[in-house]
Design a protein around this ligand. Structure first.
Ligand SMILES: [Zn+2]
Length: 210
């Protein structure tokens, strides 16, 4: 389940109007959650909120770009995937630097703020899962989106666990451990998508392969 998340692509042209509507709603929820998580991460000093926010960013971009490339060529879609992959890898590097910095400037995050944001994040993820639930057997697109959303619910629990252990142990370490685990999971799936987009383009000769 960890090799999961949602960095793949969605063929929005294959979706029906009602499926597109639910995907647009899930996109809006992820975009709002991303902003909420960034604000809460900054205010509480929590790295696991920041790592968790990466997934919301990736999901929102995936769905937004899948709407944007409806009817485009495969090469154009691969270029968009490459652009998205580069963008979220840049964000992931920023999160990695923040985690590295925290290792040497350890402070205990404000767990109340962390806990509230973590619960709001889980509620948002669970809301998406509920929205997608009736569509999970529709086709390969919707079932993969549903699976991603299910993984996001597990991630939501991980961030809550981080807040809980920060409170129990009165330490910043649980926050950093969960942040690192989420970041590694995220990087694995982002890297896989980036490589497959690159290969697609190289194979088609649209970019020079060295
Ligand atoms: Zn996700």
């Amino acid at each position: 389940m960890s090799d999961s998340c949602c960095q793949g692509s969605v063929d929005a042209s294959a979706l029906q109007a009602r499926q597109r509507r639910v995907l647009a709603a899930v996109l809006a929820i992820n975009a709002a959650t991303f902003i909420m998580m960034i604000v809460a991460a900054t205010m509480s000093g929590s790295s696991s909120l920041l790592s968790g926010a990466l997934d919301n960013l990736g999901d929102a971009l995936t769905y937004a770009l899948s709407f944007a490339v409806v009817g485009s060529t495969i090469a154009a879609k691969a270029k968009v995937a490459l652009f998205k992959g580069t963008l979220i890898m840049g964000a992931a590097v920023a999160v990695a630097i923040q985690i590295g910095w925290r290792l040497f400037h350890m402070e205990t995050p404000i767990f109340e703020m962390m806990g509230i944001a973590a619960i709001a994040n889980l509620a948002a993820n669970a809301g998406c899962l509920a929205l997608l639930h009736p569509y999970r057997h529709d086709d390969v697109n919707m079932s993969s989106v549903w699976e991603c959303s299910r993984n996001d619910v597990f991630e939501g629990f991980a961030v809550i666990a981080a807040a809980l252990f920060v409170w129990l142990l009165d330490s910043g370490w649980p926050d950093l451990v969960i942040a690192l685990a989420l970041l590694i999971m995220f990087l694995r799936s982002a890297l896989r998508v980036l490589l497959s987009a690159w290969r697609e383009l190289a194979w088609r000769g649209d970019i020079q392969s060295s």
